[in-house]
Write a protein that binds this ligand. Structure first.
Ligand SMILES: [Zn+2]
Length: 365
């Protein structure tokens, strides 16, 4: 298996190309940061502004993930500028956090990109669906899908006598009109014959709709990469009739996140990522850092302030990103939590701060 050319220091900002609602950079630059870093923090501020509100909303629903929702309220709350000029923070790593999802998507593209480059024109995108299910059946439906997929894989290898290599991604969407859920796989398959076999076998092993015979197969392109590596579930959806973005529905989101608790959304099948990547490059992926130029040699600490939609340094009074939401976006996010339920906060210090901050390794931002 050939090892492909490597993507040097993976830019975490790959996901910014996917962020269709990226904020505009205001006319006057903010002096303490270099341009690229400033834009990155503005995008992060936009994500944080929304995610904090969403985490509060999910927290208000409760359920088995309540504690984790509470933790997300703290995601990237503090950003520390070290004396080395680098910034550090901690991430919640949750699937409902837009701050973390942007990083996750960028990393997935960097991780799987060399594999897809190597497969080239031999990579095909197959979408495998099953019949929609009510919320209480969602977890078992996803488990059934996993078994059906394994049966397909075995059959391709044993009966069809073919190699089988694939990248599998689980997605779940919610249908508000029918109040049910649509779990499905996007699978990148190496080889056209394998892709066709997978699609045919899926009908045999999985509970598919007979009317849905045309589960599509297409050659992987740039659009396909976005489709595979974008978020696991849409946090925001548009109303089909009005075309307007609908406020997130915490109950259906909670049902989805609870159903997939502990499950992997990406899976490599039939190969190891290390076959395609130098261990050295894996290291580089986790060590990408920003340098905030004018603060070199000083330490400064910024804390997120939702009203400012930015991180504020209480000592200097400076804001970190200079992000300004549009009026429509601010109104939308503010309206996510009603007056009556406003002020939802996690329990005081849900876990000792020292543990909360050090339980995950510090990630350079
Ligand atoms: Zn997060």
């Amino acid at each position: 298996m050939s090892r492909t050319a490597v993507i040097g220091v993976a830019p975490l900002d790959t996901s910014e190309q996917l962020d269709q609602n990226a904020p505009q950079v205001p006319g006057s630059p903010i002096p303490q940061t270099s341009g690229d870093v400033q834009i990155k923090y503005q995008k992060r501020a936009r994500a944080k502004f929304f995610s904090l509100q969403l985490a509060r909303l999910l927290y208000s629903v409760g359920g088995p993930l309540k504690w984790q929702y509470g933790r997300s309220i703290d995601c990237t709350r503090n950003i520390v500028l070290g004396t080395d000029g680098k910034t550090r923070t901690h991430y919640c790593g949750s699937r409902w956090c837009m701050v973390c999802n942007r990083i996750r998507t960028a990393r997935a593209i960097a991780k799987y990109g060399p594999v897809l480059d190597d497969w080239g024109d031999d990579a095909y995108l197959v979408t495998l669906t099953i019949v929609n299910r009510p919320g209480y059946q969602l977890r078992s439906a996803i488990q059934e899908m996993g078994k059906a997929f394994t049966s397909c894989k075995r059959s391709i290898i044993r009966t069809h006598k073919m190699d089988f290599e694939a990248i599998r991604k689980l997605e779940v969407t919610y249908n508000a009109d029918r109040n049910d859920y649509h779990p499905h796989y996007h699978v990148v398959v190496r080889g056209h014959a394998q892709a066709i076999a997978l699609q045919e076998l899926w009908h045999k092993f999985a509970p598919t709709r007979t009317s849905e015979s045309a589960q599509d197969i297409r050659q992987m392109d740039a659009g396909g990469r976005v489709e595979v590596f974008k978020y696991f579930t849409k946090l925001l959806t548009k109303d089909k009739e009005t075309g307007k973005t609908k406020p997130p529905d915490p109950h259906s989101l909670d049902a989805i996140f609870s159903a997939i608790k502990g499950m992997r959304t990406y899976q490599t099948v039939g190969f190891k990522l290390s076959d395609y990547q130098d261990p050295e490059d894996e290291k580089l992926l986790t060590e990408s850092v920003d340098t905030i130029i004018n603060h070199y040699g000083e330490e400064a600490s910024y804390v997120w302030e939702q009203d400012y939609t930015d991180w504020l340094c209480s000592e200097s009074g400076e804001l970190l990103s200079g992000y300004e939401p549009s009026e429509a976006w601010r109104d939308f996010v503010d309206a996510m939590i009603s007056e009556e339920s406003d002020g939802i906060q996690p329990p005081q210090e849900p876990i000792p701060r020292s543990i909360a901050y050090y339980s995950k390794p510090y990630l350079a931002t």
